[in-house]
Design a protein around this ligand. Sequence first.
Ligand code: HEC
Length: 110
Amino acid sequence: MPDKTTALAIAGVTLMALAAPAIAGQKLGEAQAIRTPETIYAKTCGYCHGRNVGPIILGRGLPAESVKYIVRHGQNGMPAFRPTEVKPEELEALAAWVEKSEARKGEHGQ
Ligand code: HEC
């Protein structure tokens, strides 16, 4: 049997080994944090919408349910977005945000 000090040292090393991946996982989680609807619109949707490529979608009261459907399935010239690209919880918030959004001056539809 190891003495008390050795046993404590072993326990400490074991704990550190267990904690390291957890800490790494936390960092990874932070990098993949949930983005706000504003950010997703600016980085993804606004690439086309509001810039002559797609129709205007803000300020039209488009129902959140149809926004969600179109984002997941695509529609004609619009690509579908997978859950790895727009997470389910992000899409939920984005669709509600689009429905309630105000029209933006300076945006141009197709
Ligand atoms: C590559 C360009 C592109 C991107 C990126 C894109 N869209 Fe679209 N979207 C389109 C086009 C083009 C249409 C028109 C499709 C058609 O003709 O039926 C469309 C249609 C739509 C419609 C239906 C509008 C209507 O008048 O009924 C919604 C809602 C929509 N997009 C939401 C989104 C959201 C939300 C995002 C971001 C996650 C997004 N789109 C990203 C090109 C794009």
